[in-house]
Design a binder for this molecule. Structure first.
Ligand code: ATP
Ligand code: DP6
Length: 388
């Protein structure tokens, strides 16, 4: 047993195939529609968080990606307060422990706030570590949701559904697993990073403006998503890739249509993003069947879902259309060369200028959060790697 009772957790990102966009309650983070996502492998993209509390700590402290960060973020404070209340109610730890200050150190091994779901991995990681530290028993997806909506889905591995719920206290707004990570082992994701800069309008602000000003968003939540979500769950359970891919692309397109219907419009996709869309449709047409799906969150980066067997060809196509000067253009599970490149000659899209796609993360479905024994805080409760 660790004398400091340090707890370290790693948690995954998830990329939605039916998107969450719009809240009915800003404080409790309650969505206007259900959403469905795939949890990605933590061996490739993950948040890692260590927490510990001690009687002699003078203040709550947070280090994020090696930098001391103010402990004033209302969502962070909300999560901590909620967890301590539960611990007091459940009498899960000595009451004195609840008065001790806490140290939290977290790092993401991929860009933060760049539309790559860092808040999902980050808050799932944080609440799981805190829940374990204070020994509480509760629905962790509900706690993670209070940090960032999409985080509630990162609490599970595999294929996950976030049920919007109807209760005003959020007690039924929680995630459940549709199928675990072993269900569809051929499923792969290629994340095409067009930009890893901080995005101009956060998801939180973008969706708040959409709820205020878009008429389309009401139609989407009421008529489109309920049908689509059921069909998506069915496609996943049946491993029907064609249906899965079609629903994924249509839902991403609808999200970005709503972003344009927002006043003033919220433009996340760029010319490069649209070129990726064109590439996917042209490739599917060439194959005579849907082989690849794209989906875009609140940023220009594409996430392509496809099956293992199609990865070599699709990577070859991406490298042909989006030439790169980088020697490690494809990261994660790495590059897979296709030997037959004849199809490139008749492909209807011309290669773009060099380096418009910065790099590609090749990854797969993952098992979900895990406890780790290598901590980010030392025996005194301070970060191992930090700059003030
Ligand atoms: N490891 C972490 N621990 C705690 N908080 C984190 C962590 N990573 C990210 N966050 C919080 O999430 C914020 C980023 O969320 P934001 O929604 O802007 O970006 P994103 O999650 O990368 O993009 P998106 O949700 O659109 O995919 C950070 O500013 C920080 O407050
Ligand atoms: C486009 C999305 O990625 C939006 C994610 O929004 P966030 O979960 O980041 O928003 P907050 O709840 O305000 O923190 C779609 C999705 O993941 O479903």
């Amino acid at each position: 047993m660790d004398p400091l009772n340090r707890v370290t957790v790693v948690a995954p990102v998830n990329i939605a195939v039916i998107k969450y966009w719009g809240k009915r309650d800003e404080k409790l983070i309650l969505p206007i529609n259900d959403s469905v996502s795939i949890t990605l492998d933590t061996s490739i993209m993950r948040a890692k968080t260590t927490v510990c509390s001690q009687p002699d700590f003078s203040e709550n402290q947070l280090w994020l990606n090696g930098i001391k960060t103010s402990f004033t973020n209302p969502r962070l404070l909300n999560c901590l307060e909620k967890i301590k209340h539960l611990a007091a109610d459940q009498q899960s730890v000595d009451p004195a422990v609840l008065s001790w200050k806490i140290h939290i150190c977290s790092e993401n091994n991929f860009p933060t706030a760049a539309g790559l779901a860092s808040s999902a991995a980050g808050y799932a990681c944080l609440v799981i570590a805190l829940a374990k530290h204070y020994k509480i028993k509760t629905d962790l997806s509900i706690l993670a949701r209070i940090g960032s909506g999409s985080a509630c889905r990162s609490v599970f591995g595999g294929f996950v559904r976030w049920h919007a719920g109807v209760e005003s206290d959020g007690s039924d707004s929680r995630a459940t697993q549709i199928a675990d990570s072993s269900h569809w082992p051929e499923m792969r994701a290629l994340i095409l990073v067009v930009s890893d800069n901080k995005k101009h309008t956060s998801s939180t602000i973008g969706m708040m403006n959409a709820v205020k000003t878009s008429d389309l968003i009401k139609y989407r939540a009421e008529y489109c998503v309920p049908k689509r979500t059921d069909k998506m769950c069915e496609a996943i359970l049946k491993k029907d890739f064609v249906k899965f891919a079609e629903l994924t692309m249509k839902d991403s397109n609808q999200l970005h249509a709503i972003c344009l219907d927002t006043y003033p419009p919220c433009v996340y996709m760029t010319d490069v993003s649209h070129k990726v869309v064109e590439m996917v449709h042209a490739y599917n047409d060439m194959c005579g069947e849907i082989k690849v799906a794209y989906t875009f969150d609140a940023g220009p980066n594409a996430c392509l879902y496809l099956l293992n067997a199609d990865v070599p060809r699709v990577l070859t196509l991406i490298k042909h259309l989006f030439p790169s000067s980088s020697s490690d253009f494809v990261t994660g599970l790495g590059d897979v060369e296709e030997t037959e490149t004849e199809f490139l000659k008749s492909f209807p899209i011309q290669p773009q200028t060099e380096d418009v796609i910065k790099y590609v993360i090749h990854t797969k479905v993952g098992k979900g959060p895990e406890i780790e024994t290598s901590h980010l805080l030392n025996e005194k409760g301070y970060p191992l790697n930090v700059s003030e």
